[in-house]
Design a protein. Structure first.
Length: 593
């Protein structure tokens, strides 16, 4: 049996000096330290246990015909998780598309002069923020906007080519929805946030900035709605009856106004996997943002769409549910496989910990040495730790997914399920690299990453300091004059895009020309950043990886590897290390002085 190494450098020299010897016999070493027969027997038993512990699944199968349950389970788990994610992604895309389309319909219905160009995501934006500017005269934007909103709300069921209804309990069939009377239409809510008072005396302004929130219920009768439809400006007097005014002198008082109301709709997509109709509650909120008090009132429309069990109408479910049975069965299988994988990997980690304790005790009590910390960490298989983590992610994500399939269409639950399943799937596929590492010709990626990571981390820590300096400088100086540097997050996104050569001209173009000094500084700033990071930092970063790759490649070609690390010596992934020193099969350097 062989003694556990304590000092790597001295042990390496010992190996190099004795490389000509094919096997370092444990009994010849144990005789030098006068071990008893029982200690020799315990050491030999521990040697064989450690030898088997550090074998890969294929070697275990060849020696003891032990079936690799964890390996087979991981392969099955990958297959079923992939199928599960394909079906879940289809369901999630359908759900998100429905919410986006509904939000688009709400904007076109309730925002005056909203056009398709504003629905298109372009960068830089082809149009500015949706805003209103005037409150008096024929071009009274706010009143025109209000009149559009009021009329569209009270005619939502008549004019919309969609299954929209009001948020009230009803028993009529869907075909009878337009018969709802004006008295039964629920009112809108209007909340106004303003400061307490502004006093102007002798060119002196006195502000009482205490915030006041006033909310009123906006309910119009049929005659008022018809009058608003004929003459939009008539809405002003109807609002004044309800103590709502928009005057020029209110510009410094009013900070924000919000109109909110609820609608319901039915989502039914025959072309989707999920063909069952669902009912949703749409909480619409339209905000008039005057918090900057610049004369430009920004308008934002937001919707919160949530699943409801009761519809304003009858929903007849289809009769084909075979696809949902298949989805449910796949979810259960994934859940069971992840639980089994979790148990097996936890058991392996516990056994490794117990084996470490036995080895530590033997080295300390029999050999009178201390097992170094890095040698103790070799018993911790980080691949198993990652499998345990991805099992936890997938189990939690699958439980959330099953809840969704039972018609709990909560947007946050959808997001949580997607994040958990996505991270879990990523870790599952990364874990597959462990099994490729059992072949010396396929594990070059793992070896390259392992060798280059320390240098990469040191290099990135220095690069991060330099990057942070450019980030803060760009945000502080260019931020007020460029939408790409308006916030710290956007500044970081812009700089990272420049690192990849994306959007470089747009970065120059979006810097405002109104300040010549800022324009010149911004141009020089981008030149220096691109030249330094793209041509220097990134090149050095790639050089570090390529250097590690070339070193690994040469070692692989010559079957020579200086194995001065406990894990590298005893892990079958690097079997050529043990081959070059003729100690691989017996793990001869597990126990050394």
């Amino acid at each position: 049996m062989y003694c556990c190494k304590i000092n790597f450098s001295s042990f390496a020299n010992f190996l190099i000096e004795d490389v000509s010897r094919s096997v370092i016999n444990f009994f010849s070493i144990s005789s030098k330290i006068n071990l008893s027969d029982s200690d020799r027997a315990d050491g030999e038993r521990l040697r064989r246990h450690l030898q088997f512990f550090f074998m890969d699944p294929m070697t275990k199968w060849k020696i003891r015909h032990q079936f690799p349950f964890k390996l087979a389970l991981q392969i099955l788990k990958i297959a079923f998780i992939s199928i599960q994610l394909l079906l879940f992604t289809e369901l999630r895309i359908s759900h998100v598309d429905f919410m986006d389309d509904t939000n688009t319909v709400m904007r076109h219905k309730f925002l005056k002069n909203w056009n398709d160009e504003r629905d298109t995501l372009t960068y830089p934006p082809s149009s500015g923020l949706y805003s209103v500017y005037t409150v008096i005269g024929r071009s009274d934007h706010i009143i025109l906007f209000f009149s559009k909103l009021v009329f569209q709300y009270y005619s939502i069921q008549e004019d919309s080519f969609g299954s929209f209804s009001y948020d009230i309990p009803r028993n009529q069939d869907f075909g009878a929805l337009p018969s709802l009377s004006f008295e039964d239409i629920p009112p809108m809510n209007f909340c106004l946030k303003r400061i307490a008072n502004v006093t102007v005396f002798n060119n002196t302004y006195e502000f009482d900035v205490s915030e006041i929130n006033d909310c009123v219920i906006l309910k119009f009768d049929e005659n008022e709605v018809k009058e608003v439809r004929r003459n939009s400006s008539s809405l002003r007097k109807f609002l004044e009856k309800r103590h709502i005014t928009f005057k020029p002198e209110d510009a410094l008082v009013i900070s924000k106004g919000v109109i909110s109301f609820n609608l319901r709709t039915i989502h039914f997509t025959p072309i989707s996997i999920d063909k069952r109709p669902e009912c949703f509650l749409i909480q619409v909120s339209i905000a008039f943002d005057n918090s900057r008090h610049t004369g430009q009132v920004h308008i934002y429309l937001t919707t919160v769409i949530s699943y409801v069990t009761l519809c304003n109408g009858r929903v007849l479910h289809g009769i084909e549910f075979s696809i949902f049975v298949i989805i449910f069965v796949i979810d259960i299988l994934v859940l069971l496989m992840c639980i089994a994988s979790f148990i097996l990997c936890c058991r392996a980690l516990v056994r490794a910990y117990l084996l470490k304790l036995v080895s530590f005790t033997f080295v300390k009590n029999v050999l009178k040495r201390e097992l170094q910390l890095n040698d103790q960490l070799d018993f911790l298989n980080l691949w198993y730790v990652m499998i345990v983590l991805n099992d936890i992610f997938i189990i939690c994500g699958t439980l959330c997914k099953i809840t969704i399939e039972f018609r709990d269409f909560d947007s946050d639950l959808f997001t949580t399920s997607g994040i958990l399943l996505g991270i879990g799937a990523l870790m599952v596929y990364v874990g597959v690299l462990r099994y490729f590492g059992f072949f010396s010709k396929y594990n070059i990626l793992i070896l390259t990453i392992k060798k280059s990571v320390p240098n990469i981390l040191r290099f990135m820590s220095c690069g991060a300091v330099l990057y942070t300096g450019f980030l803060i400088a760009g945000w502080v100086i260019i931020g007020p004059y460029s939408l790409k540097f308006r916030t710290l997050g956007k500044s970081s996104e812009a700089l990272f895009s420049l690192l990849n050569g994306d959007d470089m001209f747009a970065t120059f173009f979006t810097i405002n020309d109104s300040n010549t000094a800022i324009k010149i500084f911004g141009t020089i700033y981008i030149y220096i950043f691109v030249s330094l990071f793209v041509y220097v930092v990134l090149s050095l970063f790639i050089a570090i990886i390529m250097d590690a790759y070339e070193v690994i490649k040469v070692y692989l070609q010559n079957n020579f590897f200086h194995c001065f690390n406990f894990y590298e010596i005893h892990t079958p992934v690097l079997s050529f290390c043990r081959f070059i020193y003729h100690v691989g099969k017996n793990l001869s350097n597990l126990f050394s002085f």
